[in-house]
Ligand binder design. Sequence first.
Ligand SMILES: *[C@@H]1O[C@H](CO)[C@@H](O)[C@H](O)[C@H]1NC(C)=O
Ligand SMILES: *[C@@H]1O[C@H](CO)[C@@H](O)[C@H](O)[C@H]1NC(C)=O
Ligand SMILES: *[C@@H]1O[C@H](CO)[C@@H](O)[C@H](O)[C@H]1NC(C)=O
Ligand SMILES: *[C@@H]1O[C@H](CO)[C@@H](O)[C@H](O)[C@H]1NC(C)=O
Ligand SMILES: *[C@@H]1O[C@H](CO)[C@@H](O)[C@H](O)[C@H]1NC(C)=O
Ligand SMILES: *[C@@H]1O[C@H](CO)[C@@H](O)[C@H](O)[C@H]1NC(C)=O
Length: 288
Amino acid sequence: MELALRRSTTGFLCLLLVILEGHKVKTDIAGCHFYDTVNLTSSQKFENGSYFYQGVEITPNRTGEYSHVLLPDGDRESVKSHWRGCVCQLKTCIRLCCPPNQYMTPDNVCVDGLEEETWSDHYVDITSENDTKSLDFHKDFVHQGHLPQPCSDLYNLYKNEGILFENGTFLRHYDNKHLTKQEYCIQPLKFNDSIQILPFNCAIKSGPDWGKTVAISTSIVGIVVTIAVFCLTEKLRNFDSICLISYMVCLGLGSLMQLLDSWQIPTSTLCEPTVGMRESALQKNRPT
Ligand SMILES: *[C@@H]1O[C@H](CO)[C@@H](O)[C@H](O)[C@H]1NC(C)=O
Ligand SMILES: *[C@@H]1O[C@H](CO)[C@@H](O)[C@H](O)[C@H]1NC(C)=O
Ligand SMILES: *[C@@H]1O[C@H](CO)[C@@H](O)[C@H](O)[C@H]1NC(C)=O
Ligand SMILES: *[C@@H]1O[C@H](CO)[C@@H](O)[C@H](O)[C@H]1NC(C)=O
Ligand SMILES: *[C@@H]1O[C@H](CO)[C@@H](O)[C@H](O)[C@H]1NC(C)=O
Ligand SMILES: *[C@@H]1O[C@H](CO)[C@@H](O)[C@H](O)[C@H]1NC(C)=O
């Protein structure tokens, strides 16, 4: 009886490991955040393995095969396998809300028809370490027009309400918060016949709920103590308590997920591959 139980437990743990390992096969480009990459599917690939994306050459060591996209909340969504290139380390990127060549209407709808000639004020101020320069929206940037929108209820800020840094960070003056490309986007907004390039962001969420945190943490501590007592007491080592312990482990994991959720920590990061594995995977997937 006990042997069978032990075997099935081992089997279960192995299955869990296999599932977690599955996550690790995916190849990311070493040292490059997902939000610094672009989809290379419709770009031309040369014999030497380089791609050209909006006029920028991306060498093979800056490309990788992805079968997921990273959502703004940190979760991963599986998509058809495709190649991506780390282009933002080569040229300044601008992270758009809408697909390329579209503009935003005041009701936050992306509409086709953004043509170069039809608007004059197409300069964006970019701040680097030492200075601020005005860059041409059409010529000086790589446009990242296919990243997932930060949230469904975007609202725009005005030009003087934040600073866009060269490294892609946006400083929102309202609360002095540095927003990453997962949290904001830039988009030309058409406002009764004039077009302005404005930053868009999401409503500021209230902080984590401390009452909930304390309650769930207390219950996790209780569960851990109970499991420890059942494991350490010789007298309680029988079939019933193994069932109870299994139940407690499930309950504890559930509570832990709830806690992470209330702190908005993406649970998918628990299974993130380590940097070493990422690099060895990259070697394997290099085009020849
Ligand atoms: C990448 O680009 C191709 C072709 O434009 C498109 O079919 C595919 O859905 C894109 N994938 C992602 C994840 O954006
Ligand atoms: C790769 O090939 C393209 C097209 O022939 C060329 O423009 C580019 O310079 C080459 N890159 C390298 C790193 O050799
Ligand atoms: C990629 O390779 C090129 C030469 O092919 C080199 O100049 C560049 O520094 C390398 N980049 C990285 C990130 O290794
Ligand atoms: C910024 O200024 C500092 C000194 O004032 C200098 O060392 C550094 O190289 C400058 N950085 C750039 C990107 O120009
Ligand atoms: C980007 O640059 C700004 C200003 O130099 C800095 O405050 C911010 O931490 C940088 N962000 C990243 C991700 O390096
Ligand atoms: C733009 O719309 C505002 C009202 O929303 C109006 O007051 C203003 O005159 C309009 N500007 C132009 C140039 O039509």
